[in-house]
Every structure is written in C-alpha cells, then in structure tokens.
Design a protein around this ligand. Structure first.
Ligand code: GDP
Length: 298
C-alpha cells in the first residue's frame, strides 16, 4: 500500500533537483504536483487542502539552510507535514492505574476486528501482559468460534457466552468478562464487538451500551484501509456514535491507494495507534507516524 503516493510524490520532487534557489513559481508548481499526488492516492480533500497550504507557506518562509538544498528542504517539509496528518507523535496504549485495562474494539463487519483482537492480545503477551479476549460479537454466527480459534493461536484465553453468563446478550457478556478478568488477574481485557456491513444506528447503540457497561480505558476504531473514501465517513460515524481514542488500520498489505486511511487521524483528531498488515497473528505493530512518513518518502 501507499506505492502510488510514494511514486507520485517522488515525481513531484523531481523538477526541483539541481535548483539553487526556489522561485515563487517553483513553489507553486511543486505544490500543485503534491496536491495531485495526494488526491490520486485518495487522501481526503480537506486534508489535501490544509497539507498543500502548509507546505507552501513553510516553503516560502523557510530559511535557506546550509545543510539542505531547496529540493531536500521541500522533502523535509512534506515529511514533517505527513507526520502531522498521521497524528504526530507515536501514541502508546494507556494502561489503567489499577485493575484490568479494558480495550474495546469497534468497527464495521469485515474490518478485521476479530483478527486484530488476537493480534493485539498476542502483542500484549509479548510485552509481558496477561490479556484475556472477550467475544461480545454475538451477531455473526461464527464470530465466537473465530475468536476462540484466533485466541488459541495467540495463546490467550477467550471469555465467551456460556449458559448462565448472559448468552445472547453482548452487554451482559462484556460486563461479566470484567468480573472474570478481576478474578483471574488478567491485566488487560480486549472486548471484540459486533459490526454491521454498513453504518447502522442499532449497531452504534449496542456498541455504546457495551462501552457503558465495561467503561473502557481505550476504545479503538478498527478500519479496513482498503475501503477507500468510505474509511473517512465510517470513521466519522463511529466517532459520533460511539467515540474512540485511537484508530487501527488493517489490511495495509493490500494494494489499495490507502490515502483515505491516512486521512482519518487528521479528520477525526484521533491518532492511528496500530497497523495490521496480514492474516498471521504477528502481522501487527505499533503505528509510528514518523516511520510511515519516511517509508512513503523513501
Ligand atoms: P471483523 O468482522 O471485523 O471481526 O473482521 P475479521 O477479523 O473477521 O476479518 C475479516 C477478513 O479480513 C478475514 O477474512 C480476515 O482474515 C481478513 N483480515 C483481517 N485483517 C487482515 C489484514 O491485516 N490483512 C489481510 N490481508 N486480511 C485481513
């Protein structure tokens, strides 16, 4: 993913090579190229506008530094602006001061929540935590089994509905899971919730009820980076309907243009915290805006 963006930005910088000093016309031409590169990569229009305006303003005001030629200067500015739209500093998970840290996952069906739940659990285990997964997605017939299979792969126990613990009621299952985590001394609880194929009021209301029942320390919005501009509208709908603290981009191994996913942090003001790029439990990492920006500009 992001190959289009990388290539197009590289093209935008080409004309600056060998220039001693940038004229107003050079800056305008480059800004135009950057605008096209971002739009072609599917970056959301308001983000593109702000981005290009910031680059232009900074390129005009930039002191001529001894170390960098004008072309390098522009690449540096673009790099810093990319880091900005991706949320700035790496945003780490915030753990609860006492009792289990509760992480709730929200997102559309097919976004990759169940897969992500196991990946996150596996990653937490590697950090020395003792996580527990919670199957509160009772909409999709196979979701509980899928989480159990994934949990087993990650070597993490799964709390699932049983006769007597609120079968059929995801809010009750979620509530009981917190009690169970306290009894069994799990320090992190990851609650997987049900999504629908599209944004839907009932889904939002249910997710909000689970949120109120488990009082999450972190709500993560999980989004398939392959879905293009819909990623941005869905992100906004979940922000309004459920609210969240951070974003997880999934399917970054796909070949979509990906710019829409890169726009989410800027549009919602919520940082991308994790990235998932594959179906294996280890295809997962903390998202570092600076590393992603450097990779795009490599
Ligand atoms: P949920 O409905 O949100 O729980 O989504 P799932 O976890 O069931 O994922 C939907 C599909 O996407 C499954 O076939 C997963 O194997 C696949 N999937 C999830 N994450 C990734 C990823 O990072 N890369 C790829 N290629 N496929 C993924």
């Amino acid at each position: 993913m992001f190959a289009t963006l990388s290539d197009r930005l590289a093209d935008a910088f080409k004309n600056l090579r060998g220039k001693g000093r940038l004229s107003e016309a050079d800056i305008d031409a480059t800004a135009r190229e950057i605008r096209i590169a971002l739009l072609e990569a599917d970056v959301a229009l308001p983000v593109v506008k702000d981005f290009v305006a910031a680059v232009k303003e900074r390129a005009r005001g930039e002191e001529v530094s001894g170390a960098l030629n004008p072309a390098q200067q522009i690449v540096k500015i673009v790099n810093e602006e990319l880091v900005n739209i991706l949320g700035g500093e790496t945003r780490r998970l915030r753990y609860a001061k006492s009792g289990p840290t509760v992480i709730m996952l929200a997102g559309l069906q097919g976004a990759g929540k169940t897969t992500l739940a196991a990946k996150l659990a596996h990653w937490l285990k590697e950090q020395g935590k003792t996580p527990m997964l919670v199957a509160a997605d009772l909409q999709r017939p196979n979701a509980v089994t899928q989480l159990q299979v994934n949990g087993e792969r990650a070597g993490v126990p799964v709390f699932a509905p049983q006769p007597g613990n609120g079968v059929g009621d995801p809010v009750e299952v979620a509530r009981q899971s917190i009690e169970e985590a306290k009894r069994k001394l799990h320090d992190v609880v990851i609650v997987d919730t049900a999504g629908r194929l599209g944004v839907d009021a009932e889904m939002m209301a249910r997710a909000a009820s689970i949120r109120d029942a488990v009082q999450p320390d972190e709500i993560l919005f999980v989004v398939d980076a392959m879905i293009g501009q819909d990623a941005v509208t869905t992100a906004q709908a979940f922000l309004d309907g459920v609210g969240y603290d951070g974003v997880v981009l999934t399917k970054l191994d796909g070949d979509a243009r990906g710019g829409a996913a890169l726009s989410i942090a800027s549009i919602t003001g919520k940082p991308v915290m994790f990235a998932s790029a594959g179906e294996k439990v280890t295809d997962f990492d903390v998202f570092h805006p600076d590393r992603m920006a450097s990779r795009i500009l490599d």
